[in-house]
Design a protein around this ligand. Structure first.
Ligand SMILES: Nc1ncnc2c1ncn2[C@@H]1O[C@H](COP(=O)(O)OP(=O)(O)OP(=O)(O)O)[C@@H](O)[C@H]1O
Ligand SMILES: [Mg+2]
Length: 306
């Protein structure tokens, strides 16, 4: 969250968007905008509204791209993906997305307050996130900004007794990538670092065209953090992190935390292989989709538990 965001963002409280959503309270801010709790007036229902930073709207064609990406994200109909209800651009260029309101905390908060997590909870979180990814990749949507802040752990529980997990912000990071010289390149625009270098795959750091394998790498980084309570690479600069993800050999999670489940350690190592043509779980075009194969290995870790 941004320290100065509350004052700036409070100015939207009370505003009604498209005659449909009344903003009630500021929830949190990220790289691309702010999230509010709001009320869908017709149904008298609580929803979440993500308002994009106004600076983003200055780029030509941005509103059209926003609509395209919001539409792609809204096509994801999966119990572990946040439901997108609506999106729009207001006459003053304010761009927003209405989503289901998620009552819970994000995974960053869980790891920082409850580490170490029990293995069966780790497996449940991973399998739910992978299930959302499998559906997204099936329909050609790559998340591009998977990190603990974008994984919500709800108060509500599944049949297995574990909290429901919802993945947020599918594809939104694509809004701030730009084609340049024939290749897609992550860019630093208006002083913001785009994407999150701590969780970025080597290919994303290099600015290459991405597919679902990049998400699998990022989820591997998340699992590393869940298992060890720390990040795999550390650097004072974003570029330093990008370099380490591309070049530095991974220290196995089990070396950082000898109590880590060996099978989950194996899942991290495989997900974080650096060469994407063979790594990140995809070995051939005809093999089962990577998220499903990774989920199978996580479930094996559960089977291995005493
Ligand atoms: N649908 C939602 N319902 C309730 N709270 C949400 C919802 N979506 C996001 N949040 C909360 O709002 C906070 C800010 O979200 P936001 O997506 O703006 O930032 P972020 O996830 O930290 O970073 P990024 O901009 O890179 O996604 C999140 O950390 C989360 O706690
Ligand atoms: Mg987010």
């Amino acid at each position: 969250m941004e320290a100065s965001s509350a004052t700036v963002n409070d100015s939207l409280v009370g505003r009604v968007l498209a005659g449909k959503f009344q903003i009630e309270a500021f929830v949190g801010a990220g790289a691309m905008g702010s999230v509010y709790r709001a009320r869908q007036l017709a149904l008298d229902k609580v929803v979440a509204i993500k308002v994009l930073k106004p600076e983003l709207a200055t780029e030509a064609g941005f509103a059209a791209r926003f609509k395209r990406e919001a539409k792609a994200a809204s096509s994801l109909d999966h119990p572990n993906s946040v439901l997108i209800l609506d999106f729009g651009v207001e006459p003053d260029n304010l761009m927003y997305m209405a989503m289901e309101f998620l009552a819970g905390q994000n995974l960053s908060w869980l790891v920082s307050t409850a580490w170490p997590l029990p293995d069966d909870q780790i497996v449940s979180i991973m399998c739910q996130a992978l299930s959302a990814l499998a559906r997204a990749h099936d329909v050609g949507v790559v998340h591009r900004d998977l990190k603990p802040d974008n994984i919500m752990i709800l108060g509500e529980r599944n049949d297995d007794g574990h909290p429901v997990v919802k993945v947020c912000d599918f594809g939104i990071a694509k809004l701030i990538t730009r084609k340049s010289g024939g290749e897609t390149r992550a860019l630093t625009n208006l002083g913001m670092v785009l994407g999150t270098p701590e969780f970025m795959s080597p290919e994303q750091g290099r600015g290459e065209e991405l597919d679902g394998r990049s998400d699998i790498y990022s989820l591997g980084v998340i699992l590393f953090q869940i298992l060890t309570g720390q990040l795999p690479f550390d650097s004072e600069t974003p570029l330093g992190l990008v370099y380490k993800h591309a070049m530095e050999p991974l220290r196995p999670p089990i070396e950082c935390n000898p109590n880590a489940n060996p099978r989950l350690d194996g899942v991290v190592r495989r997900a974080m292989e650096k060469q994407s043509p063979t790594g990140h779980w995809t070995r051939s075009a005809c093999s089962a989709p990577a998220p499903r194969r990774a989920a199978k290995c996580c479930r094996l870790a559960r089977a291995n538990m005493t």
